[in-house]
Design a protein around this ligand. Structure first.
Ligand SMILES: [Zn+2]
Ligand SMILES: [Zn+2]
Length: 303
């Protein structure tokens, strides 16, 4: 398996380190490519004031910084330009036409905010304390309702389309390690995950096996879990491995765990992004870098 990641956050949003720091770390770790995916701005479309998204006025600086890195690393490390876009029903999503004019290589579609049937919405990618507070305030302490609403929102995003990579498919588990709010082994949970896997199979998007939760110590497994990855494999949904890096040292973190999880689910290959619209299959087993360099210049290096 050759190493790459299309899910990278720098100091332009909530990451630590500049674009160049991540490129250098990727190169040092034998990556064959690197993609940047700042959290797309939300304020103009949603009114949400956030310190973890790119600010509207920083968007062009971000685009230019990644373009400049692409030029600097040409012939060594292919650098790709993306955004991670929130899907917030009725307000914004990867399907919005404005993203198509930015010259991006790809979009990650992610659900971080979940609308409540009682009105309002809550952020699920939050601290345990914030999660518990919002579950009470926005979802009336009904964890099962939150779980259902999460899968609903994600299904809406998959149907709306416009993205290339489905972000952290089971992010909803982040604050539910002890299954204190809802059951993630119930038939209902698995039926919802299976339905979304089937919908994804009918789209052109791939799923990411995201090691970001492992990298940051917030969960003990990849997003998605081995069980959900099995459902995705049964539906024929292709997978990529990403670090969801917020620091350069996250790049490549827990990739062997991701590889083992993919193999256990039945996958023999992951995909590597090689520029829109191409994806290239890469065997999970076999010689690292042995299938021919993607860069044409970098010698095969152990990963
Ligand atoms: Zn995310
Ligand atoms: Zn992310």
């Amino acid at each position: 398996m050759r190493y790459s990641s299309m899910h990278t956050h720098t100091a332009f949003c909530d990451g630590h380190g500049g674009v160049e720091d991540f490129c250098r770390a990727a190169w040092d770790r034998g990556f064959v490519s690197l993609g940047f995916s700042a959290h797309a701005p939300v304020y103009r479309k949603t009114g949400i004031v956030s310190d973890w998204h790119l600010q509207e006025e920083q968007l062009s600086a971000y685009l230019e910084a990644v373009h400049a890195a692409r030029r600097r690393w040409e012939g060594k490390l292919p650098v790709y330009l993306g955004l991670e876009v929130d899907y917030i029903p009725g307000l914004m999503g990867p399907q919005d036409a404005d993203y198509r004019g930015l010259g991006l290589d790809y979009l990650i579609g992610s659900v971080h905010y979940v609308p409540s049937p009682w009105g309002g919405m809550m952020l699920v990618d939050s601290s345990a304390e914030e999660f518990q507070r919002d579950l009470g305030g926005v979802f009336r302490h009904d964890g099962e309702a939150l779980m259902e609403a999460y899968w609903d929102a994600q299904l809406g995003m998959i149907r709306a389309g416009g993205f290339d990579i489905l972000g952290h498919m089971d992010l909803i588990k982040k604050n539910n390690a002890q299954e204190q709010w809802f059951s993630s082994s119930s038939e209902g949970y698995n039926r919802r995950a299976a339905a979304n896997a089937a919908a994804l199979a009918h789209s052109s998007a791939v799923v990411e096996v995201n090691t970001g939760g492992l990298n940051r110590g917030s969960v003990q497994e990849t997003y998605p879990s081995a069980a959900i990855l099995r459902l995705l494999w049964e539906q024929g949904v292709p997978a990529i491995v990403t670090a969801d890096a917020h620091r350069p040292e996250h790049l490549g973190g827990f990739y062997e765990t991701a590889r083992e999880t993919l193999l256990r689910a039945g996958y023999t290959h992951a995909l590597l992004f090689t520029g829109q619209p191409q994806w290239t299959p890469d065997p999970l087993l076999g010689q690292p870098g042995g299938a021919g360099g993607l860069t044409g210049a970098a010698p095969p290096r152990p990963v």
